[in-house]
Design a protein around this ligand. Structure first.
Ligand code: F6R
Length: 242
């Protein structure tokens, strides 16, 4: 596991963006696994800037996102599809027909999940998977559980995740209670993983995930078993790592 520590969010975002850019340069037709949430926004801003400067070309890139709220359409401004368009896809030359997000509008969860697993398989798996981390150690929406889930599945979001995500909604009641998420098995199959974290509120879970026991109660702890993980955090998120 490689760990890079930037002094603040800006520096951390730049380091993370450089790793994603390197992937695109080394393999222009790569499959990027992408994440939403606050943490990757700065990295996406850097990627957009480098694209605009002519230093990056997304024309052959395919992307698969980690997750989507169940019940939200792509044009709902709280959906993760909308987030990806707004923060990255609308500003670079990626072919949108090759950007995939679970279908939040598919009410049959078995169908939504198996279709998404089929898409990930058909694009040949993920070359570089970007991950944020929840305060409870969730990656994607794989919440603490009794076992690690392999493929895409429908999850009931925990109270702590609903609490953390309510900042994006008008009222807490508006936060969807379920989501479709890529499974831990699929995340672990990515050739490379890039985990990003920022802020003192992530320090404890970063230390626990990277150095504590590997357990489905701390989903990100499974990353200790992946052979190509890079962690990029700022000093605050790094502060409890020994
Ligand atoms: C988002 C996702 C989540 C977030 C995590 C951290 O697609 O899968 O696991 O990465 O909740 O979110 P932020 O970055 O907002 O702290």
């Amino acid at each position: 596991m490689k760990i890079y520590c930037g002094k603040d969010y800006k520096e951390m975002s730049r380091i993370a963006a450089k790793i994603i850019a390197a992937q695109i340069i080394m393999k222009p037709d790569c499959v990027l696994g992408l994440a939403t949430g606050s943490t990757p926004v700065g990295a996406y801003e850097n990627l957009v800037e480098w694209y605009k400067q002519g230093d990056l070309d997304f024309s052959q890139v395919t992307s698969v996102n980690l997750d989507e709220y169940r019940g939200l359409s792509g044009d709902n401004d709280q959906s993760y599809r909308y987030f990806m368009n707004k923060n990255l896809f609308d500003h670079v030359n990626i072919d949108k027909s090759r950007t995939f997000v679970p279908n939040g509008l598919e009410p049959d969860s078995g169908k939504a999940c198996s279709e998404y697993d089929g898409i990930i398989e058909s694009v040949g798996g993920v070359d570089l998977q970007l991950l944020g981390i929840g305060h409870n150690g969730h990656i994607g929406f794989n919440e603490p559980a009794d076992e690690f889930c392999k493929g895409t599945h429908c999850v009931d979001l925990t109270a702590s995740t609903i609490e953390a995500n309510k900042r994006f909604f008008e009222k807490e009641e508006d936060v969807p209670r379920q989501a479709y998420t890529m499974g831990i098995g699929t995340i672990m199959k990515a050739k490379k993983i890039l985990l990003v974290a920022s802020g003192a509120d992530k320090a404890e879970i970063i230390a626990k995930s990277l150095t504590g026991p590997v357990t489905p109660q701390v989903p990100a702890s499974i990353l200790q078993f992946h052979n190509d993980v890079t962690v990029v955090c700022d000093e605050a998120a790094f502060s409890k790592l020994k």
